[in-house]
Design a protein around this ligand. Structure first.
Ligand code: ATP
Length: 324
């Protein structure tokens, strides 16, 4: 038994060096009365899919802009792949890929030309006038990524013929060319129809598995965040909940039963005697999860006039947090 305990403790405490570490990050815009990001701290495990979830104005774009070195924080620290965002911005940039909300592709060029011009602009490969004359390493990398992202057939087509989903995939391909350790995506599925959205998610999972890239994305869709290994929910610049989707659900979703009786004082005394967390006002709100409900009801001897169970969904809990 002792051995089992020791084994489980050592498994839990195995240190994983985070690829992203955010500590007490604050951003206050000029003339703003409140912090857009209000002393938030979190870390991201390497190779994971991390989702920053929140409603409009929560502070997602502000956070991702600081993490990607395009915005100065007011205070706090951010380390990415071991580099300090404020003091080692160019080393950070070498280790990250970024896809912002607004597409930045040249519609008059082919997909491959968009990638090639980007690659030469950023000094990854020397410029050559055609794909065929580009270095072999470039050709292999673009082939590999286009295959993972499912746009191999379309590489030599003009981007103006691409759907929204294909354009997104091309931007992802372009931002992965230099093999970044972290890929940042700001609301990547905004404006996509449900099937393109699903397909983009499948391809992002493949990218993560095959390239071991950590993926950090922002979204205001709860169902998207549920696909992540870790979620951090922010609202009005503050962290509301964080952890695995299951953990966040347990954190936010409060299961309870409402009970009432003609003899309320007897019912209240019984509930308190049984050790349940219970509201003072009737009908009495008793915090109890479904599996324990039967035991609770069997133990009560006061005749009941009301039994009403409440099991909110994660969506309900999220709406309650952000809808105020
Ligand atoms: N350049 C700016 N100057 C002043 N205030 C700003 C600026 N950019 C954002 N804000 C404010 O900071 C807060 C956080 O905005 P942010 O864009 O980070 O939220 P968000 O979660 O990305 O929202 P959305 O989902 O709508 O993109 C909001 O109150 C917003 O009005």
């Amino acid at each position: 038994m002792q051995q089992e305990q020791d084994a489980s403790i050592s498994t839990i405490s195995t240190p994983v060096v985070p690829i992203i570490k955010v500590e007490k990050l604050v951003k206050r815009y000029k003339k703003a009365e409140m912090n857009a990001v209000n002393e938030i701290s979190f870390s991201v495990a390497p190779g994971s899919l991390f989702s920053l979830l929140g409603p409009n104005g929560a502070g997602k774009t502000t956070t991702i802009s600081i993490l990607t070195t395009t915005l100065q924080p007011t205070s706090g620290s951010v380390m990415i792949a071991g580099y300090d965002v404020a003091r080692q911005a160019s080393a950070v940039r070498k280790n990250i890929g970024i896809i912002f909300q607004k597409p930045s592709l040249d519609l008059n060029l082919t997909a491959e030309e968009n990638v090639r011009f980007h690659a030469t602009l950023y000094g990854l490969y020397p410029f050559r006038p055609s794909y065929k004359t580009m270095p072999r390493a470039y050709q292999q990398r673009i082939d590999e990524l286009a295959t993972i992202l499912g746009i191999h057939e379309d590489l030599f087509k003009p981007v103006k013929k691409f759907s929204g989903g294909m354009k997104r995939k091309l931007e992802i391909l372009r931002s992965l060319l230099h093999n970044p350790r972290v890929l940042f995506l700001d609301e990547p599925t905004t404006g996509l129809d449900p099937s393109s959205r699903r397909s983009l998610w499948e391809y992002l999972s493949k990218v993560r598995l095959e390239q071991q890239t950590t993926i950090f994305l922002t979204t205001h869709y709860l169902e998207e965040a549920e696909r992540a290994d870790d979620i951090c929910i922010i609202n009005k610049g503050n962290i509301v909940s964080r952890g695995t989707p299951a953990r966040v659900k347990a954190d936010l979703v409060e299961e309870f039963v409402l009970l009432d009786a003609e003899d309320r004082s007897s019912l209240l005394a019984e509930l308190q005697h049984l050790g349940y967390a219970v509201s003072e006002q009737a009908p009495f709100k008793v915090l109890v999860e479904q599996p324990q409900l039967h035991t609770l009801l069997k133990s009560i001897t006061t005749p009941l006039t009301l039994i009403e169970t409440h099991t909110p969904s994660l969506e309900d809990a999220y709406m309650e947090i952000v809808g105020e």
